[in-house]
Design a protein around this ligand. Structure first.
Ligand SMILES: [Zn+2]
Length: 268
Protein backbone atom coordinates (compact mmCIF):
# COMPACT_ATOMS: atom_id res chain seq x y z
CA UNK A 1 0.00 0.00 0.00
CA UNK A 2 1.74 3.17 -1.11
CA UNK A 3 1.92 5.53 1.83
CA UNK A 4 3.17 9.11 2.01
CA UNK A 5 6.88 8.21 1.69
CA UNK A 6 6.23 6.02 -1.37
CA UNK A 7 4.23 8.77 -3.06
CA UNK A 8 6.93 11.30 -2.22
CA UNK A 9 9.57 8.91 -3.60
CA UNK A 10 7.58 8.36 -6.79
CA UNK A 11 7.12 12.14 -7.16
CA UNK A 12 10.86 12.64 -6.74
CA UNK A 13 11.66 10.01 -9.35
CA UNK A 14 9.13 11.34 -11.91
CA UNK A 15 9.66 15.08 -11.58
CA UNK A 16 13.12 15.43 -13.23
CA UNK A 17 11.97 13.59 -16.40
CA UNK A 18 8.51 15.13 -16.69
CA UNK A 19 8.58 18.72 -15.46
CA UNK A 20 8.75 21.15 -18.38
CA UNK A 21 7.56 18.47 -20.84
CA UNK A 22 4.36 18.55 -22.89
CA UNK A 23 1.74 15.78 -22.69
CA UNK A 24 1.09 14.86 -26.32
CA UNK A 25 -1.02 11.72 -25.93
CA UNK A 26 -3.46 10.25 -23.41
CA UNK A 27 -5.32 6.98 -23.94
CA UNK A 28 -7.76 5.32 -21.54
CA UNK A 29 -7.70 1.53 -21.82
CA UNK A 30 -9.88 1.10 -18.76
CA UNK A 31 -11.98 3.81 -17.10
CA UNK A 32 -13.11 1.59 -14.24
CA UNK A 33 -10.85 2.68 -11.44
CA UNK A 34 -12.09 3.51 -7.91
CA UNK A 35 -14.10 6.28 -9.53
CA UNK A 36 -14.72 6.11 -13.28
CA UNK A 37 -12.12 8.20 -15.09
CA UNK A 38 -13.87 11.23 -16.62
CA UNK A 39 -13.16 11.59 -20.32
CA UNK A 40 -12.24 15.23 -19.68
CA UNK A 41 -8.89 13.77 -18.58
CA UNK A 42 -8.09 14.03 -22.31
CA UNK A 43 -7.81 17.79 -21.80
CA UNK A 44 -4.28 17.18 -20.51
CA UNK A 45 -3.17 16.68 -24.13
CA UNK A 46 -1.24 19.67 -25.42
CA UNK A 47 -0.48 20.99 -21.95
CA UNK A 48 2.94 21.48 -20.45
CA UNK A 49 3.70 20.09 -16.98
CA UNK A 50 4.87 23.01 -14.85
CA UNK A 51 5.41 21.05 -11.68
CA UNK A 52 4.64 17.78 -9.88
CA UNK A 53 3.99 17.83 -6.16
CA UNK A 54 2.42 15.67 -3.50
CA UNK A 55 -0.68 16.52 -1.42
CA UNK A 56 -1.52 13.84 1.17
CA UNK A 57 -1.15 10.63 -0.88
CA UNK A 58 -2.06 12.30 -4.17
CA UNK A 59 0.32 13.22 -6.96
CA UNK A 60 -0.63 16.61 -8.37
CA UNK A 61 0.53 17.60 -11.86
CA UNK A 62 0.28 21.35 -12.31
CA UNK A 63 -0.45 21.96 -16.00
CA UNK A 64 -0.93 25.15 -17.98
CA UNK A 65 -4.73 25.27 -17.67
CA UNK A 66 -5.53 22.77 -14.95
CA UNK A 67 -4.38 19.94 -12.73
CA UNK A 68 -4.11 16.20 -13.16
CA UNK A 69 -4.45 14.39 -9.83
CA UNK A 70 -3.50 10.75 -9.33
CA UNK A 71 -4.15 8.55 -6.32
CA UNK A 72 -2.37 5.19 -6.34
CA UNK A 73 -4.95 3.39 -4.20
CA UNK A 74 -3.74 0.01 -2.97
CA UNK A 75 -1.53 -1.09 -5.82
CA UNK A 76 -1.21 1.70 -8.37
CA UNK A 77 1.98 3.05 -9.85
CA UNK A 78 3.29 5.07 -12.77
CA UNK A 79 5.79 3.26 -14.93
CA UNK A 80 7.98 4.45 -17.77
CA UNK A 81 8.09 1.95 -20.60
CA UNK A 82 9.98 1.59 -23.77
CA UNK A 83 7.57 2.34 -26.63
CA UNK A 84 8.07 -1.14 -28.14
CA UNK A 85 7.24 -2.93 -24.93
CA UNK A 86 3.86 -4.67 -24.79
CA UNK A 87 1.13 -3.23 -22.65
CA UNK A 88 0.51 -5.06 -19.39
CA UNK A 89 -3.11 -6.08 -18.67
CA UNK A 90 -3.08 -3.80 -15.62
CA UNK A 91 -1.91 -0.75 -17.58
CA UNK A 92 -5.08 1.37 -17.60
CA UNK A 93 -3.94 4.74 -18.90
CA UNK A 94 -1.15 5.57 -21.31
CA UNK A 95 0.51 8.96 -21.70
CA UNK A 96 3.18 10.28 -24.00
CA UNK A 97 5.05 13.05 -22.25
CA UNK A 98 7.99 14.53 -24.10
CA UNK A 99 9.93 11.49 -25.29
CA UNK A 100 8.59 9.28 -22.52
CA UNK A 101 5.79 6.71 -22.53
CA UNK A 102 4.20 6.56 -19.11
CA UNK A 103 1.58 4.07 -17.93
CA UNK A 104 -0.74 4.14 -14.97
CA UNK A 105 -0.70 0.51 -13.79
CA UNK A 106 -3.03 -0.73 -11.06
CA UNK A 107 -3.88 -4.45 -10.60
CA UNK A 108 -6.52 -3.87 -7.90
CA UNK A 109 -7.95 -0.66 -9.42
CA UNK A 110 -8.46 1.20 -6.14
CA UNK A 111 -6.59 4.20 -7.47
CA UNK A 112 -8.06 7.16 -9.33
CA UNK A 113 -7.16 9.83 -11.89
CA UNK A 114 -8.84 13.23 -12.13
CA UNK A 115 -8.56 16.41 -14.14
CA UNK A 116 -9.73 19.71 -12.65
CA UNK A 117 -9.36 23.35 -13.58
CA UNK A 118 -9.52 24.51 -9.99
CA UNK A 119 -7.66 22.69 -7.24
CA UNK A 120 -9.19 24.64 -4.35
CA UNK A 121 -12.66 23.26 -5.07
CA UNK A 122 -11.56 19.67 -5.83
CA UNK A 123 -13.94 17.54 -3.75
CA UNK A 124 -11.35 15.02 -2.57
CA UNK A 125 -9.13 17.80 -1.21
CA UNK A 126 -11.86 19.73 0.60
CA UNK A 127 -11.60 18.00 3.96
CA UNK A 128 -7.89 17.22 3.96
CA UNK A 129 -6.00 18.20 7.09
CA UNK A 130 -2.52 19.68 7.13
CA UNK A 131 0.64 18.11 5.75
CA UNK A 132 2.69 16.39 8.48
CA UNK A 133 5.95 17.81 7.14
CA UNK A 134 4.67 21.39 7.01
CA UNK A 135 5.29 23.98 9.74
CA UNK A 136 1.55 24.15 10.51
CA UNK A 137 1.77 20.63 11.90
CA UNK A 138 3.48 21.00 15.27
CA UNK A 139 2.95 20.38 19.00
CA UNK A 140 0.60 23.35 19.34
CA UNK A 141 -1.61 22.09 16.49
CA UNK A 142 -1.71 18.59 17.91
CA UNK A 143 -2.52 19.89 21.40
CA UNK A 144 -5.42 21.88 20.00
CA UNK A 145 -6.75 18.92 17.99
CA UNK A 146 -6.50 16.41 20.84
CA UNK A 147 -8.14 18.41 23.68
CA UNK A 148 -11.74 17.45 23.06
CA UNK A 149 -11.18 14.05 21.51
CA UNK A 150 -12.03 10.88 23.38
CA UNK A 151 -10.59 8.64 20.65
CA UNK A 152 -7.13 7.13 20.85
CA UNK A 153 -4.13 9.20 19.83
CA UNK A 154 -3.38 6.66 17.11
CA UNK A 155 -6.80 7.20 15.52
CA UNK A 156 -6.30 10.96 15.76
CA UNK A 157 -2.97 10.99 13.93
CA UNK A 158 -4.35 8.59 11.30
CA UNK A 159 -7.38 10.83 10.68
CA UNK A 160 -6.69 12.55 7.36
CA UNK A 161 -9.03 15.41 8.26
CA UNK A 162 -6.53 16.33 10.99
CA UNK A 163 -3.19 15.40 9.43
CA UNK A 164 -2.78 13.66 6.09
CA UNK A 165 -0.74 10.66 5.08
CA UNK A 166 0.14 9.10 8.45
CA UNK A 167 -0.70 5.46 7.77
CA UNK A 168 -0.64 2.53 10.18
CA UNK A 169 3.09 1.81 9.87
CA UNK A 170 4.14 5.40 10.48
CA UNK A 171 1.62 5.96 13.27
CA UNK A 172 2.92 2.88 15.11
CA UNK A 173 6.56 3.82 14.62
CA UNK A 174 6.03 7.47 15.59
CA UNK A 175 4.16 6.58 18.78
CA UNK A 176 6.97 4.23 19.78
CA UNK A 177 9.52 6.94 19.05
CA UNK A 178 7.56 9.41 21.19
CA UNK A 179 7.01 6.88 24.02
CA UNK A 180 3.22 7.15 23.82
CA UNK A 181 0.90 4.14 23.93
CA UNK A 182 -1.34 3.92 20.82
CA UNK A 183 -4.50 3.41 22.88
CA UNK A 184 -4.00 6.54 25.02
CA UNK A 185 -6.92 8.96 24.72
CA UNK A 186 -6.02 12.07 22.75
CA UNK A 187 -7.26 14.40 25.48
CA UNK A 188 -4.87 12.81 28.00
CA UNK A 189 -1.70 13.76 26.15
CA UNK A 190 0.37 16.45 27.82
CA UNK A 191 1.64 19.53 25.98
CA UNK A 192 5.11 17.98 26.06
CA UNK A 193 3.84 14.69 24.56
CA UNK A 194 2.06 16.54 21.74
CA UNK A 195 5.28 18.39 21.00
CA UNK A 196 7.32 15.17 21.06
CA UNK A 197 4.81 13.29 18.90
CA UNK A 198 4.76 15.97 16.21
CA UNK A 199 8.57 15.80 16.10
CA UNK A 200 8.55 11.98 15.98
CA UNK A 201 6.05 11.88 13.09
CA UNK A 202 8.23 14.25 11.05
CA UNK A 203 11.38 12.32 11.95
CA UNK A 204 9.93 8.90 11.02
CA UNK A 205 8.42 10.12 7.73
CA UNK A 206 11.66 11.83 6.71
CA UNK A 207 13.63 8.71 7.54
CA UNK A 208 11.29 6.59 5.38
CA UNK A 209 11.45 9.05 2.48
CA UNK A 210 15.23 8.96 2.73
CA UNK A 211 15.14 5.15 2.60
CA UNK A 212 13.00 5.38 -0.51
CA UNK A 213 9.70 4.59 1.14
CA UNK A 214 8.62 1.28 2.51
CA UNK A 215 6.04 -1.20 1.47
CA UNK A 216 4.49 -4.56 2.15
CA UNK A 217 3.11 -5.05 -1.34
CA UNK A 218 4.54 -4.72 -4.79
CA UNK A 219 5.40 -1.08 -4.84
CA UNK A 220 7.63 -0.20 -7.74
CA UNK A 221 9.24 3.11 -8.53
CA UNK A 222 8.58 4.69 -11.93
CA UNK A 223 11.39 2.72 -13.58
CA UNK A 224 9.84 -0.54 -12.40
CA UNK A 225 12.60 -1.12 -9.87
CA UNK A 226 11.56 -3.14 -6.88
CA UNK A 227 12.94 -4.17 -3.58
CA UNK A 228 15.09 -1.25 -2.54
CA UNK A 229 12.52 -0.04 -0.04
CA UNK A 230 14.28 -1.01 3.12
CA UNK A 231 13.19 0.71 6.27
CA UNK A 232 13.81 -0.83 9.62
CA UNK A 233 10.61 -0.98 11.63
CA UNK A 234 11.09 -0.90 15.38
CA UNK A 235 7.60 -2.08 16.34
CA UNK A 236 5.48 -2.57 13.22
CA UNK A 237 4.87 -6.30 12.64
CA UNK A 238 7.47 -7.14 15.31
CA UNK A 239 5.01 -8.63 17.83
CA UNK A 240 6.64 -11.19 20.09
CA UNK A 241 10.13 -9.93 19.25
CA UNK A 242 12.35 -8.03 21.69
CA UNK A 243 11.98 -4.29 22.07
CA UNK A 244 15.06 -2.54 20.72
CA UNK A 245 15.30 -0.24 23.75
CA UNK A 246 14.40 -2.47 26.72
CA UNK A 247 14.08 -6.10 27.79
CA UNK A 248 10.37 -6.28 26.94
CA UNK A 249 8.56 -7.88 24.04
CA UNK A 250 6.58 -6.01 21.38
CA UNK A 251 2.82 -6.39 21.82
CA UNK A 252 0.11 -6.37 19.20
CA UNK A 253 -3.46 -5.28 19.75
CA UNK A 254 -6.34 -4.66 17.38
CA UNK A 255 -8.52 -1.56 17.69
CA UNK A 256 -11.18 -0.59 15.16
CA UNK A 257 -9.87 -3.22 12.80
CA UNK A 258 -6.32 -1.84 12.75
CA UNK A 259 -3.32 -3.53 14.32
CA UNK A 260 -1.22 -1.59 16.77
CA UNK A 261 2.29 -2.53 17.80
CA UNK A 262 3.93 -1.18 20.95
CA UNK A 263 6.15 -1.82 23.95
CA UNK A 264 4.40 -1.82 27.34
CA UNK A 265 7.40 -0.46 29.21
CA UNK A 266 8.66 2.11 26.70
CA UNK A 267 5.25 3.57 25.89
CA UNK A 268 2.79 4.95 28.43
ZN1 LIG B 1 10.67 -1.27 25.26
Amino acid sequence: LPELPEVETLKNSLAPSLEGQVITYCYLYNKRLRWPVDSKLKRVVGQKIHDIHRRAKYLVFTLEKGFMIIHLGMSGTLIFKNRNLAKDKHDHVQFTIGKHTLYYNDPRRFGSIHYVENLSTFWLFEKLGCEPLSDIFNGKYLLEKTRKRQTSIKQIIMNSNIVTGVGNIYASESLYDAGIRPSKKGSRLTKMQCHQLALSIKKILKKAIKAGGTTLLNFKDSKGKMGYFIFEHKVYRREGLSCLSCEGKIKKSITSGRSSFYCLSCQS
